[in-house]
Design a protein around this ligand. Structure first.
Ligand code: GDP
Ligand code: MG
Length: 370
């Protein structure tokens, strides 16, 4: 069961810790101020003080954050969310840059592109694709570990002159563990020693059978340097998205995940949020991990102010009370008091965890000093 320290319990009731200890003594319990008591005992103490106790748990929080299940007719197609993975130097960053430059909306909207951890491109047909531009396996696994499963499709970059390497295999493993379909981007096809066939053959050993080998994994030959094949890659992503039927209900309270968060001089805490369902609006009250806030402003991936952001749209959110962590879940709630309560509960859990870790750390320090 959830435990709470005597001090914390006193703080939460705005009572003196000494009085809590006295009340525990009356129940026949000797406790010190730093001692943890179980939630049943805590409830008795709370009743003794005449407070109404409210037991909050992570499952309560989840319930409050999640709205109703969407009915199938409310779901509308949304842009697929793509993460680029692959071995170091195979061209992940170059490919993300090249794809971003291929955006046809860039000319329309103008504005300087901002690095906010994710961006969206519009292809000539008008369809959109969202790319998480924090490549690397750590970002992907870290987000997943924190419960943010936002990636629909993994683009596996393999350099045609180098073939399958250690981190390629690792990326395949991560994508499979996440249940994300893979599209293979055979990069650096402009090089004279490029050997795309070798890449396709080597992939067989890792149970990736591309279409050319009569499998069902899409693969595209590209060059981030010459931009060759980028349109084909985008087509493949959109085709895969259609097969996956990526959809979301835009007409509900927004939910999403924090992609990036930092404290900025003059702007306060800023988080890039990828909306997964619903629509986020200026003025909305939200919880992001153990932080909360009210949306003061939303900025898109060009740094332009927008009033709202629908599913698969990455936006910078201003108006946070503190700085959340990448991978934290994001959700709009009904009231400020609800947002506060959830954030306070989660902060308390974090504090208790770090207190335990701290205690452990100091014992280790003590031992290593001997
Ligand atoms: P990352 O480590 O996977 O992010 O790889 P980078 O994007 O940093 O690229 C590694 C190196 O490969 C850089 O020197 C790039 O200029 C080069 N590179 C990337 N893509 C291509 C390509 O399509 N063709 C050629 N010739 N070089 C490329
Ligand atoms: Mg890179």
């Amino acid at each position: 069961p959830d435990a709470i320290t005597v001090q914390e319990l006193a703080n939460r009731m705005a009572e003196r810790a000494g009085d809590v200890i006295k009340s525990l003594m009356k129940m026949g319990m000797m406790a010190t101020i730093t001692q943890s008591i179980d939630s049943d005992t805590a409830e008795l103490v709370v009743a003794e003080f005449g407070h109404k106790s409210k037991r909050v748990s992570e499952s309560d929080v989840e319930l409050q954050l999640q709205g109703k299940e969407d009915s199938p007719e409310d779901l509308k197609p949304r842009a697929p969310v793509v993460t680029v993975m692959g071995h170091v130097d195979h061209g992940k960053t170059s490919l993300l840059d090249a794809l971003r430059r291929s955006d046809v909306a860039a000319g329309e909207a103008g504005g300087i592109t901002q690095h906010i951890g994710a961006y969206q491109v519009k292809v000539p047909s008008g369809a959109r694709i969202t790319f998480l531009d924090t490549p690397g396996h750590e970002a992907f696994t870290e987000m997943r570990a924190r419960g943010a499963n936002v990636t629909d499709i993994v683009v596996l970059v393999v350099a045609a002159d180098d073939g399958i390497m250690a981190q390629t295999v690792e990326a395949i493993r991560h994508a499979k563990a996440a249940g994300c379909p893979i599209i293979v981007a055979i990069n650096k096809c402009d090089l004279p020693d490029a050997d795309p066939n070798r890449v396709r053959t080597e992939l067989l050993q890792h149970e990736i059978v591309v279409e050319e080998m009569s499998g069902d994994v899409l693969s595209v030959e590209v060059s981030a340097k010459t931009q060759q094949g980028l349109d084909k890659l985008e087509e493949a992503i959109l085709l895969q998205a259609e097969l996956l039927e990526v959809k979301a209900n835009p007409d509900r309270r927004a939910e999403g995940a924090v992609v990036e968060a930092k404290m900025e001089k003059g702007r306060g805490s800023v988080a890039t949020v990828l909306v997964t369902k619903g629509t986020l609006n200026v003025g909305d009250i939200f919880v992001a991990g153990a932080e909360w806030g009210r949306v003061r402003a939303l900025l898109d991936d060009r740094g332009q102010r927008v009033k709202s952001a629908g599913p698969s749209t990455p936006v910078e959110v201003l108006g946070l009370q503190g700085t959340p962590v990448a991978g934290d879940e994001f959700g709009v709630v009904e009231s400020e008091s609800q947002a506060r309560e959830i954030a306070e509960y989660r902060q308390r859990v974090l504090r208790e965890k770090s207190a335990v870790a701290g205690a452990r750390g100091s014992v280790e320090q003590m031992l290593s000093a001997i």
